[in-house]
Design a binder for this molecule. Structure first.
Ligand SMILES: *Cc1c(COP(=O)(O)O)cnc(C)c1O
Length: 427
């Protein structure tokens, strides 16, 4: 499918006058339409809730938009819990799916009445010691080991993943929790990442539904929810066909009707924890070409770098690039599009066929709405960019300002740095 930017050159130039490049831009209209589709796709399940994976895009403005469609928040750290609370989202609308969890984070999750999802059987004792009691509702994370396969091949390797409990541990954990007074149970599993197939959730659901029936039969646990977690992917590549959430929802419904309903478990709620699927396509990184360089290869230097979007450097991920205003020009040039880090992996694209780019051109790097800005870092003293929301009416709202040098130096107050910096640099 042809990938189109959700802004024109004119719009982007106008926004860039107010917010200098680079910046992450989010498409409110796209976010809302997608959140509505997700809600509709699972409307057949009475207790359904999507818990947005906050780590993907920890921005309270976007979290609140998703909350309007019934989304809760999936948090994995203290700061994510605090952010969720600040956004007005607490209680059972928060799932705490963490691992290697410090005691203080369990305390905060419990104080917010979030649902705690235990990553390991040893955390039962840890949590009981930390809180002095166990919550009445608890979830456990399952790892079946081995490889996770669907009809067209191996999707991922749970056996190599650090998360979750083995099957035996899960049964044991349910027995222990039940003995210790836990009344309501959930199960959770995240077995494959960025799946671009409508079959992932249904295949995972079938496995978890059978497990849930067995857990209930063998431990007597009252299972209230099954959490399919994240992993529903998006089409980063133009030749990929994206997931259809309605087809996915119907696929999950079919296995629900064939496994859970006959087992008398037709009141179990389905939860999801999608991050990428909720926001990735509805965000982009807008950056300006500032240099061109001709050595052994052709380079276009842009004002964004891996500190603004780490996925290409970290995973070699493909992110589509549109040169604004040249959407219909022939892609007859081959470029490496690079940032300024003193790291040779700071390349947004390698050997990419693009239209001829001149310094000054605006580039849209697609699909950065999830795991984009949030993975930013400060290497080379680079600062994280602003986040801007493109509203449905075409206006813009700053939803996170760009970092300044003072933000970067703020943790050096022990060096009294503010009084040592050149005053002219602080203006
Ligand atoms: C990262 C993560 C998610 C979200 O994953 P996506 O690939 O963005 O859908 C959900 N749940 C947990 C526990 C995670 O760690």
């Amino acid at each position: 499918m042809e990938k189109k930017a959700f802004i024109s050159k004119e719009q982007a130039e106008k926004i860039a006058q107010e917010y200098p490049t680079p910046f992450h831009l989010y498409d409110e209209k796209g976010i809302r339409e997608n959140a509505r589709r997700v809600k509709e796709a699972f409307a057949w399940n009475k207790g359904f809730r999507e818990y947005f994976a906050v780590k993907a895009t920890p921005n309270p403005f976007l979290m609140q938009i998703l909350h309007e469609y019934g989304c809760g928040m999936d948090c994995s750290s203290l700061t994510e819990l605090m952010l969720s609370e600040a956004a007005g989202i607490t209680g059972e609308e928060v799932m705490f799916s963490s691992n290697e969890t410090p005691a203080g984070e369990y305390e905060k999750a419990a104080a917010m009445n979030a649902i705690i999802n235990l990553d390991d059987i040893t955390h039962i004792e840890f949590l009981e010691k930390t809180l002095g009691r166990l919550p009445e509702k608890m979830s456990c994370r399952f790892n079946p080991g081995g490889t996770f396969e669907i009809s067209n091949g191996i999707m991922d390797n749970p056996g190599d993943a650090k998360y979750g409990m083995t099957r035996e541990q899960l049964f044991e954990a349910f027995r222990i929790l039940k003995r210790k007074g836990v009344k309501e149970f959930g199960i959770h599993a995240f077995l494959a990442s960025n799946t671009v197939t409508n079959d992932y959730y249904p295949v995972l659901a079938a496995e978890l539904f059978r497990l849930a029936v067995e857990l209930r039969d063998k431990t007597g646990a009252d299972i209230r929810f099954i959490n399919l977690s994240g992993g529903v992917g998006v089409a980063y590549l133009p030749e990929q066909t994206g997931n259809d959430i309605h087809v996915i929802g119907e696929g999950v419904r079919r296995v629900y009707e064939s496994i859970l309903i006959p087992a008398g478990m037709g009141d179990v709620a389905i939860y999801t924890e999608m991050g990428r699927f909720m926001l990735a396509p509805y965000g982009c990184l807008v950056t300006r070409a500032i240099h061109e360089k001709h050595i052994y290869k052709e380079y276009i230097g842009v004002d964004a770098c891996a500190a603004n979007l780490m996925r290409p450097a970290m995973y070699g991920s493909y992110h589509h690039i549109t040169v604004l205003g040249k959407e219909n020009a022939p892609c007859d040039h081959m470029y490496d599009v690079v940032g300024s880090l003193c790291e040779n992996n700071d390349k947004f694209a390698i050997d990419r066929a693009l239209p001829k780019i001149e310094p000054g051109d605006l580039l849209v790097i697609h699909d950065t709405g999830a795991h984009g800005h949030s993975m930013g870092y400060n290497y080379n003293g680079r600062l994280r960019s602003a986040e801007v929301l493109l509203r449905e009416d075409g206006s813009t709202q700053l939803i996170r300002r760009a970092e300044t040098e003072l933000d970067y130096f703020a943790t050096l107050d022990c060096f009294d740095i503010y009084n040592k910096l050149a005053k002219t640099d602080l203006m």
